[in-house]
Design a protein around this ligand. Structure first.
Ligand code: ZN
Length: 263
């Protein structure tokens, strides 16, 4: 038998080598894209875990009951991660596609939550409005902590300058007018307050805090409830002594240099 290769066999070999070369080129082209995707997935997963952790803390502290409350974080200008509707904040998971999974949604206030298989909270528009109003906001927390919510229900602002932390970390916390939760009125009633403040009470409803990241938004909620509780006790004792006005501005300046973000 002649062991010379036929013209067809030579052509097949050439094609085979060309295929290998193309596969290598494709691999080289795809590698950075795949790595970028893996990096994004890992970062998003970490943020989802953080939302679950904060949800547990809100639930353990009694800041939410039943399915109350919602948390969100801005991953990038187009992407928001947020809590699903109808789930206890103490019972969420970072994974995908389960009823209690943290969701990835578009940063678009006109987006209809009904378009999602697993729906975000009906109050997501309130969060999206915060991101729209201020580019420095990276996370939003909404809860119903009992003392802060009591001040909201009584329509009493927390703006008496009687506690140093309140002045430094929150500034005056005012009460936004009543709006039905989940309605399009909510984003509008909170807007003037969030433009100027990092915390606001929602009349007959609860509280909303914002921050540069999840830690800061969450810690502001903790501080807000602590301030509300202490103010309540102070009132039972006959009312607090206000900090002298010149010292208030000193504290505000100190507060501006203070961060609750994880550095
Ligand atoms: Zn609520």
């Amino acid at each position: 038998m002649d062991d010379k290769l036929t013209a067809q066999q030579i052509e097949n070999l050439r094609k085979y080598e060309e295929d290998i070369e193309n596969a290598a080129k494709r691999e080289k082209f795809m590698e950075p894209i795949r790595k970028e995707g893996e990096r994004r997935d890992a970062e998003i997963y970490e943020l989802k875990q953080k939302i679950c952790e904060i949800g547990k803390r809100l639930w353990q502290l009694g800041f939410v009951a039943g399915n109350d409350g919602n948390i969100s974080v801005k991953y990038d200008n187009d992407t928001i991660l947020t809590t699903p509707t109808g789930v206890s904040k103490g019972d969420m998971i970072p994974g995908r596609c389960e009823r209690n999974s943290i969701l990835e949604i578009f940063n678009d206030i006109n987006y209809d939550p009904k378009n999602y298989l697993i729906r975000p909270s009906s109050e997501i528009k309130m969060h999206l409005r915060c991101y729209e109003l201020r580019s420095d906001i990276g996370a939003v927390v909404h809860a119903h902590p009992p003392f802060a919510t009591a001040f909201a229900a009584a329509n009493i602002p927390l703006d008496n300058d009687i506690l140093t932390e309140a002045v430094m970390l929150l500034g005056p916390v005012l009460v936004a007018p009543y709006a039905t939760p989940g309605s399009d009125d909510v984003p509008e009633v909170i807007a003037p307050f969030i433009k100027e403040h990092n915390a606001v009470l929602l009349a007959n409803h609860g509280a909303l805090t914002v921050g540069a990241d999840l830690d800061e938004a969450y810690y502001r909620m903790e501080v807000l409830e602590h301030v509300a509780k202490t103010t309540f006790i102070t009132r039972l004792l006959g009312g607090g002594q206000a900090i002298p006005p010149e010292k208030v501005s000193e504290l505000s300046e100190l507060g501006m240099n203070f961060t609750m973000r994880k550095l």
